[in-house]
Design a protein. Structure first.
Length: 260
């Protein structure tokens, strides 16, 4: 429908107003964009250092060593009709085990009582509960530092402890790993620096000074598995076979360099 002469000036005026308002809005937006400083990147969105000229890189160093000690978790478990006899039997058995370990050369500092439990036992048959005795458990942590004799020492303890002695876990570990950690630390830093240098070269930059270093170290004992029944029945002349194998020491490092 054609616009009448009476309304044409109004329509033109409205269009001009829209253009003016639009120009004003665009001009203000352009002024605001040029006046505002650039937004800083979110720390969680970048691995760079807080400085815009930094780069953060992680490195890993791993060194293999040979375990030189064995950690044992042992326990004496006795069940008797009354708590007094159960305690007496458990105490006597544990005393014999400790005495044998010391006689085999285990230092007193490497023997530690790590738990004691006294529990009543109930018979729940026929829809009722009836007290039928007490069970006493005494736990002993043992460190064996001579792996060449560790198998014989375990067999001796099993023979003395009899059916009441149980070995819950055994793990091979490193006694002194400071030198291995130092080697792994050097390897981890070298790994991180090689990566950082590659990134800097790709970006046409060069590495500057180190801004920060953080690390985590891991040296996990290696679990040793064997049949408990075989240990309990092994004669003193047949030591439990033990192979030390190897153990890794790992260092993870994060390093931030300045870039120029």
């Amino acid at each position: 429908m054609p616009i009448s002469a009476a309304f044409r000036p109004l329509a033109v005026g409205a269009a001009a107003a829209v253009v003016v308002i639009g120009a004003f809005t665009l001009g203000r937006s352009a002024h605001s964009a040029s006046a505002s400083p650039p937004a800083s990147p979110s720390p969680s969105a970048s691995t760079a250092s807080p400085s815009s000229n930094g780069i953060s890189v992680s490195g890993v160093g791993r060194v293999t060593g040979k375990p030189n000690l064995l950690r044992l978790q042992t326990s004496v478990n006795v069940k008797r009709p009354d708590v007094t006899s159960a305690m007496q039997e458990a105490n006597a058995t544990m005393a014999k085990v400790q005495a044998k370990l010391k006689a085999d050369g285990v230092a007193a500092a490497d023997l530690q009582t790590s738990g004691l439990s006294v529990q009543p036992n109930y018979d729940y048959s026929n829809g009722s509960s009836r007290l039928n005795g007490y069970q006493v458990s005494e736990n002993l942590s043992v460190v064996l530092r001579d792996l060449s004799r560790a198998g014989a020492i375990i067999s001796d303890a099993a023979n003395v402890g009899g059916n009441e002695l149980q070995i819950g876990s055994a793990s091979l570990d490193l006694d002194e790993d400071a030198a291995l950690i130092a080697q792994a630390r050097q390897a981890a830093f070298a790994d991180a620096k090689a990566k950082a240098s590659a990134y800097a070269t790709a970006a046409g930059r060069s590495l500057g000074t180190v801004l920060s270093i953080s690390e985590t170290t891991e040296s996990q004992p290696q679990p040793l598995r064997f049949a408990k029944d075989a240990v309990a029945s092994a004669p003193a002349a047949a030591p439990v076979p033990i192979e030390a194998g190897s153990q890794d020491v790992t260092v993870d490092v994060s390093v931030v360099w300045a870039m120029s």
